[in-house]
Ligand binder design. Structure first.
Ligand code: TXA
Ligand code: MG
Length: 342
């Protein structure tokens, strides 16, 4: 039985001792729930890939309680220091060269010489990371290719005994994953839009390159990063984007004033607020998927979302949810080096 741990001193101590013993522990962060393992323990890291059904070519990010412990394991330049100062703790993952003495096992980075590092802002996550006192590898706590979890209940509905415990009693605030920024590229490259908007990053370090996931999928062979398209973040029902009308056999994911006539609806933000919409995105997809299947609807139609601020991350996730699926099987793996997200 998976233990459900409260975010108090006892719960955090228990979660930390399970992680130090090589077990998997899901835990709340400000973005989504993570599926954590001791990043220095090869068996524990292998258990993450097995539990998620994640291709071994798709690297994991590591979590730290502060920038100092993160930058002890990667080579941070002035831009990294500046971004850490501005946005950590918070929803930003920096891809940097691993240091030679970095203790993280190779499976975490899928053999790459770079490592993704992040300092989350959720107080329970930070307390856990301090107590573990080792880097914690944690992808989102969902089976590969499926919608990310923003509550403990979401995690428990997808995993069984392979997860020793879930720490968290709250819904994740931000609701979409961290922004992933590759600082080994020049100019720096936005690999995944997320909780820290592109505009905010550019105010700190100048222009960053960004190729939307759909384009990246089209050039899969040339992709320099994993985490890029293939059908992902996907509910079971097909997804149709940029709907300007909706049919009665469709479920509507609305933003702002909802379109009339849908068979079921979920409004991401009646006031058209992008932060609110991000925080409700995965819950909305789950709800419409369940309601739509119960009511026999044929797809989820999504109203247009603006591309600024958190809108870029929302559009990215919806674009992946709508991406073609391989004969019903999700495309979680593509050409080399590796092109799946998880
Ligand atoms: O908000 C988040 O980032 C959550 C919470 C739990 O922290 N974690 C998360 O992890 O979303 P995951 O594994 O679902 O997504 C991490 C993304 C993947 O797309 C992965 O391919 C990419 O980061 N990534 C990890 N290490 C990388 C590296 N060394 N180079 C390029 N991309 C990397
Ligand atoms: Mg994920």
């Amino acid at each position: 039985m998976t233990e459900i741990l409260r975010e108090d001193a006892d719960g955090i101590a228990r979660a930390a001792s399970l992680l130090r013993a090589g077990r998997l522990v899901a835990f709340v962060t400000e973005t989504v729930y993570g599926l954590g393992a001791d990043a220095t323990n090869a068996g524990a890291v292998a258990a993450i890939y097995a539990a998620k059904g994640r291709p071994s070519t798709n690297p994991l990010i590591c979590h730290y309680p502060d920038a100092e412990s993160a930058f002890a394991q990667v080579r941070a330049d002035a831009r990294a220091a500046r971004l850490a100062h501005a946005f950590w703790p918070g929803p930003l993952t920096l891809i940097l060269p691993r240091r030679a003495d970095c203790p993280v096992v190779d499976a975490v980075t899928a053999g790459l010489d770079t490592l993704g590092v992040r300092v989350p802002s959720d107080p329970a996550a930070l307390a856990l990371l301090r107590a573990v006192n080792r880097p914690v590898a944690a992808p989102s706590a969902n089976p590969s290719g499926q919608v990310s979890p923003t509550s403990a209940q979401h995690v428990l509905s997808r995993f069984g005994n392979e997860v020793a415990a879930v720490l968290g009693e709250r819904t994740s605030d931000v609701g979409v994953e961290s922004t992933v920024l590759d600082l080994t590229a020049d100019p720096p490259r936005l690999l995944r839009p997320g909780g820290i908007p592109r505009e905010a990053i550019e105010r700190e370090i100048g222009p960053v390159a960004y190729h939307p996931a759909v384009e990246q999928a089209a050039s899969a062979g040339r992709m320099r990063s994993p985490g890029l398209l293939a059908s992902h973040y996907a509910p079971d029902l097909p997804v149709r984007l940029c709907a300007d009308a909706v049919a009665s056999d469709e479920a509507l994911l609305a933003f702002g004033q909802p379109l009339p006539g849908a068979g079921a609806a979920f409004n991401l933000s009646p006031s058209a607020n992008l932060e609110e919409a991000a925080s409700r995105l995965y819950e909305g997809l789950r709800r419409l998927d369940a309601d739509g299947r119960r009511l026999g609807l044929c797809r989820i139609a999504v109203m247009p979302i603006p591309g600024h601020g958190l809108g870029l991350a929302i559009r990215d996730r919806l674009g992946r949810a709508a991406a073609p699926r391989d004969g019903g099987k999700r495309l979680t793996q593509a050409a080399t080096p590796s092109t799946s997200a998880s």
